[in-house]
Write a protein that binds this ligand. Structure first.
Ligand code: BJW
Ligand code: ZN
Length: 251
């Protein structure tokens, strides 16, 4: 069903639910000032993903890719979680289990205090050596030159998942389990076109969850939703948690 407001069905689901899952994408961090990938102001309007977000691109031009990630780290460091991230955190006060499966690498759910986070595409704050796989969380670097491993001399890369790379298997399996068990799955700020991540809400639905999308506009997965709420996640999520708060205080 497509609507733009919180309806009776959602309220009834919120009343009876025990386990809530949030599947989030770049849109939830947009109001913090982090650009999304696709869409009107997306970073990939100017830069092609295949030129930067894959391993061959990194091997071909490691300095360029490193510089791009340093630029994005700077943006992430200068921003803070927004009302959407904090509303999600507040669900923990009212439900038995709340899980956040995120495609984002920006750490904002963690900084908002969310407990159960499954990062499907890695984390931009971490790095590792492509040859010996040692982790380098804090690496000294001239922003425009890729650093090398102090143990083996290999290139150091950000610990994110590029196209053609496997997602962290254990994390994906745990996310699948959480999707199978949730009562409501909120799909927030994602185009839902990148796989296998985009299977998560579908797994939730196949297992009986009520699927609610929160996005500025329709997406390629809108037709799979039980409810679509169109608008900013930093506005809609606080409205939903306010309803939950009122509802739970009455009971
Ligand atoms: C708002 C808002 C506001 C804005 N409020 N909303 C099955 C079918 C087809 C293809 C494949 C398939 N399986 C695998 C593939 C290939 C590929 C893929 O999915 N391609 C498709 C794009 C066609 N997948 C892979 O390659 C994956 N690996 C894999 O499958 O490995 C298996 C394998 C390996 C080896 C051999 C054989 C098999 C890996 C995918 C990795 C994706 N990585 C990236 C980059 C991460 C690092 C980095 O950050 O730099 O992840 S790509 C990029 O897209 C990033 C994101 O996490 C991901 C999703 O983007 P997201 O979050 O949806 O953002 P946007 O910008 O697209 O959308 C933002 C949305 O927010 C919009 O809808 C706005 O409207 C909305 N919005 N403001 C609410 N205020
Ligand atoms: Zn090394």
């Amino acid at each position: 069903m497509q609507t733009s407001s919180i309806n009776i069905e959602l309220i009834s689901k919120l009343k009876s639910a025990n386990k809530i899952l949030f599947f989030t994408g770049a849109g939830i961090s947009a109001e913090s000032g982090i650009p999304t990938f696709r869409g009107k102001d997306g970073i990939w309007n100017k830069l092609k993903p295949e030129e930067l977000a894959n391993f061959n691109a990194f091997l071909k031009n490691p300095d360029l890719v490193w510089e791009w990630y340093q630029y994005r780290r700077k943006i992430v460091n200068e921003t803070n979680p927004n009302k959407g991230h904090y509303a999600i955190k507040e669900f923990e006060n009212y439900y038995k289990e709340v899980n956040v499966v995120t495609q984002n690498v920006d750490n904002l759910h963690r900084r908002a205090g969310t407990k159960n986070i499954f990062e499907l595409h890695g984390n931009i704050e971490r790095n590792y050596c492509v040859d010996c796989y040692k982790n380098f969380d804090n690496v000294e670097s001239d922003n425009s030159k890729v650093p090398h491993c102090k143990y083996c001399g290999g290139l150091i890369r950000p610990d994110v998942v590029w196209f053609g790379e496997m997602l962290p298997q254990e994390i994906f399996s745990e996310a699948e389990q959480k999707a199978k068990m949730c009562d409501i799955c909120f799909v927030v700020g994602t185009t839902g076109i990148v796989y296998p991540a985009a299977y998560i809400p579908m797994i939730a639905k196949e297992n009986g969850a009520f699927l609610v999308e929160i996005n500025l506009n329709e997406t390629e997965i809108s037709d799979k939703m039980d409810l679509s709420l169109f608008g900013k996640s930093g506005e809609i999520l606080p409205l939903i948690i306010t309803k939950v708060r009122e509802m739970k205080l009455k009971n």
